[in-house]
Write a protein that binds this ligand. Sequence first.
Ligand code: ADP
Length: 271
Amino acid sequence: MLEVRGLHHVYGRGKDAVTALERIDITVAAHELVCVVGPSGAGKSTLLRAVSGLLNPTAGSVTLAGRPVVGSPPPGLAMVFQDYARSLFPWSRIGSNVAFPLAGIARQERRHRVETALQAVGLPDVTRRYPWELSGGMQQRVAIARALVTNPLLLLMDEPFASVDAHTRADLEDLLLRIKDEHGTTTLVVTHDIDEAVYLADRVIVLSGSPANVLADLTVDLPSSRDQVLTRSLPRFVSMRAQVAQLIRTRHSPPHVPSRGASPSHERRET
Ligand code: ADP
């Protein structure tokens, strides 16, 4: 569904050049949930901006369902951000917020799709409420409903549960797994949280520190039915978490400080 090939991005020029991404290759198959995990400053946001078409990379390509992603978010792509408070319109009721991407669709159909999306996130009765009347976790559920309402080809999530408390976070993680089971939504989640990545994913892609390159692409061979307590106590979960942590720890270099005459690094990628 998603193919990222040789994605390379350098911010600035000459002595101010910062290589954020270094020849990244990533694929996500239909119905897969893939987590990209890496330390802060690794280049995760740059990667997401390039995948969503919001940033023109220095080199490389992104294709979604066989179509090149260039210049703007392609049809079929939906995004959920960390900051739910800034992604919903406070002056619009929840129903209107969720209906926002459905401009041009007949009213009856629009209402049906909004209700279905809100039901999918466990909030069937909030269409007449305003965002500020809901808890943070509920607002993030609304943001997810708004992403799902278009039946996206790819759901991109940027640290989606980083702004809520631990209990709500676990609920939202399980919601995402349920959505994946019931709707088969193809999902790419970017997170710095190793536990979350291993708990959620079919595959975990580990990024090195800046500049980001792919250190490992690991298949999560845990039972597909996940449970917050049982799964996290399985020896395989513990060993995968340790493996990812070790990869990041040994390969994370401090954020890049440009020096005179700095140019894009061409160090060989190790996977
Ligand atoms: P992450 O999301 O993993 O924290 P980013 O993609 O935000 O990482 O940043 C990766 C690197 O690129 C960092 O070294 C950061 O300082 C640099 N960077 C990000 N955005 C810009 C920009 N607009 N101009 C220059 N450097 C940038």
